[in-house]
Each structure stands twice: as structure tokens, then as C-alpha cells.
Design a protein around this ligand. Structure first.
Ligand SMILES: C[S@@+](CC[C@H](N)C(=O)[O-])C[C@H]1O[C@@H](n2cnc3c(N)ncnc32)[C@H](O)[C@@H]1O
Ligand SMILES: [Zn+2]
Length: 272
């Protein structure tokens, strides 16, 4: 059964129609031909989130399995929590969402939320390819206004995406889990060294957001090799792609392969 979304106008539940979803007050939202629904209010439609090129690059890179250790650690906690309703906030192109859902029982359902319609197009397609269309919903919405009823979710995933503690606490049931992934100080260090004369370290916040208790922090660090097109995909999926001058970015083209450090922080937080 697909998860139920909440109408962003009046807060009533949204029910599926043929090519749309609609609430009891006749507020209606189109389902795109790719399968996701757009719940963004007009003023938010200009915020597009990640663009199609970043998303295509992320899909190709994540499909290589380079970040599997992070997924597997998160899956340990997700499985132990026996969630029914999962929300992946800032789900991107859905690699973490769909990979996790494949490991969970049939009764578990997931809603992926992202502000980027391009990301959701890829995510809905990935879900279809994984046979997950009936157990997933994909909606364009902002993290600052999540289309879920109060305390309707058991587990939130929030990987490398904006966090809104108040909204997360509203939609999560008491004692529900928030799994939040952040890049640690030297995540992708060698990639930065290859591009920048003076690379800077990340400054991760390893504390629970307001309304949450921190149960644990896992540091997941390892090295992986990446070459050719995958090296360029890795660069293109990061925020550096938009911040780097063409001259600096060209240094990557001179490299055939690179051994790179992955360093993730996984915060396991419980709603108070
Ligand atoms: C770095 S990507 C991470 C995607 C995915 N969680 C992953 O790890 O592969 C960050 C995602 O957050 C989305 N995003 C950015 N601002 C957002 C907002 N205000 N509300 C919802 N999503 C947002 C972007 O469009 C993008 O898909
Ligand atoms: Zn409504």
C-alpha cells in the first residue's frame, strides 16, 4: 500500500485519483508522467534543489556501490527499529531509499521528499526498476513544510540534506528514529587535494537536533579507488562542481584514477 500524504493547503489526507492526488476539500495535485507528485506551493517552485546533471552523476556514482558501507550501517539501525512508515527527506535520486527498502519487509512503506523535481523523476524510475512502486511515494516538497500528518512516521532518513528539527519532530512519532548522515572532516580529501591548492576540512555537526536525543554516532571511514568517468561523476555530484573554477576542475581530467577517503558520520537520534 502506498503511503498517505497530507494536503499542503488544508492538512487533510490526499487520496489517489487516476493522474493526481486529491483531498476531501478538492485540492488536487498532478502526478507527473514519471510517477512523482508535485506538492510545492508556487513560491517554492523556483527553488529547484539539485539539477539534472548533478543527479545523473550521483545516480551513476552511487550505483557503483562505493557508499555501500554507509547504507549497510544505516540498514542495521533501520531493521532493528521495525518501521512501517519511513520518510527520506532530501532523498535525491533514491539510491539509499530504494536500497534500504529492498532489505525491509513488505509492510514497510517509504515516502521520498525532495525539492528537486529532477531528482524525483530519477527516484520514481529507480523505484519502478526495483519493483517498489506500490510501496513508495515520491513528492516534491520542501523540508520546511513536510506533507505528513503529526506523528505519522516511524523513521526519518536525512542523508546529506537540510535538516529541519521542528518539522522532523512534528511528523515523527514519539521515540521514532532519525538517521542523519553527514560528511566528516576529511570526506573526499584526496579529491579536494587534486583540485584545490588549499583544500579545507568539513565541519560536521555531530549533535542531535533540537527535540531529539543522540543515541549514538558512528564514524564510517574507508578508502576506495575511483577512475575514469566515475571520478568525474563523483566530482559532478558534489557541491564543488558549482564552486570550482574551470581551471581547477580541469586538473581532474589529467587523472586516470584516484584513491579517496570516504568519511561519514551517521547520527542515530531518537525523538523525545
Ligand atoms: C547532497 S543531495 C543528497 C541526496 C540523497 N539523500 C543522497 O544522499 O544521495 C541533497 C538533496 O537535498 C535536496 N534539497 C535541498 N534543499 C532542500 C529543501 N529545502 N527541501 C527538500 N530537499 C532539499 C536536493 O535537491 C538534493 O537532492
Ligand atoms: Zn486540501
Amino acid at each position: 500500500m502506498k503511503p498517505t500524504l497530507q494536503c499542503p493547503v488544508c492538512g487533510e489526507p490526499l487520496h489517489p485519483e487516476v493522474q493526481s492526488i486529491r483531498c476531501g476539500n478538492r485540492h488536487s495535485f498532478d502526478r507527473s508522467r514519471y510517477g512523482y507528485v508535485n506538492l510545492l506551493q508556487k513560491q517554492k517552485k523556483k527553488l529547484r534543489g539539485d539539477d539534472a546533471e548533478m543527479i545523473r552523476a550521483r545516480r551513476a556514482f552511487l550505483d557503483s556501490g562505493a557508499y555501500l558501507p554507509l547504507l549497510e550501517k544505516a540498514a542495521e539501525y533501520a531493521k532493528a527499529a521495525h518501521p512501517v512508515q519511513i520518510a527520506d527527506i532530501g532523498c535525491g535520486e533514491g539510491w539509499y531509499s530504494c536500497s534500504l527498502m529492498k532489505m525491509l519487509p513488505e509492510e514497510t512503506v517509504l515516502t521520498g521528499i525532495d525539492i528537486s523535481p529532477d531528482a524525483l523523476r530519477y527516484a520514481a524510475k529507480r523505484a519502478e526498476q526495483c519493483g517498489l512502486t506500490a510501496r513508495t511515494e515520491w513528492a516534491a516538497a520542501s523540508v520546511s513544510r513536510l506533507p505528513f500528518a503529526k506523528e505519522s512516521c516511524d523513521l526519518i532518513l536525512n542523508f546529506f540534506a537540510p535538516c529541519e528539527a521542528g518539522e522532523f519532530a512534528r511528523i515523527l512519532r514519539q521515540e521514532g528514529l532519525l538517521l542523519r548522515a553527514v560528511p566528516l572532516e576529511r570526506h573526499l580529501w584526496e579529491l579536494k587535494q587534486a583540485i584545490y591548492a588549499e583544500p579545507y576540512e568539513n565541519r560536521p555537526v555531530l549533535q542531535a537536533p533540537e527535540h531529539f536525543d543522540l543515541l549514538d554516532v558512528k564514524r564510517i571511514s574507508y578508502r576506495f579507488s575511483v577512475s575514469g568517468q566515475q571520478l568525474r561523476n563523483l566530482f559532478a555530484m558534489t557541491p564543488y562542481a558549482h564552486k570550482t573554477s574551470p581551471e581547477d576542475a580541469a586538473r581532474l581530467n589529467a587523472l586516470d584514477s584516484l584513491e579517496i577517503q570516504a568519511a561519514f558520520g551517521l547520527l542515530i537520534c531518537r525523538r523525545r
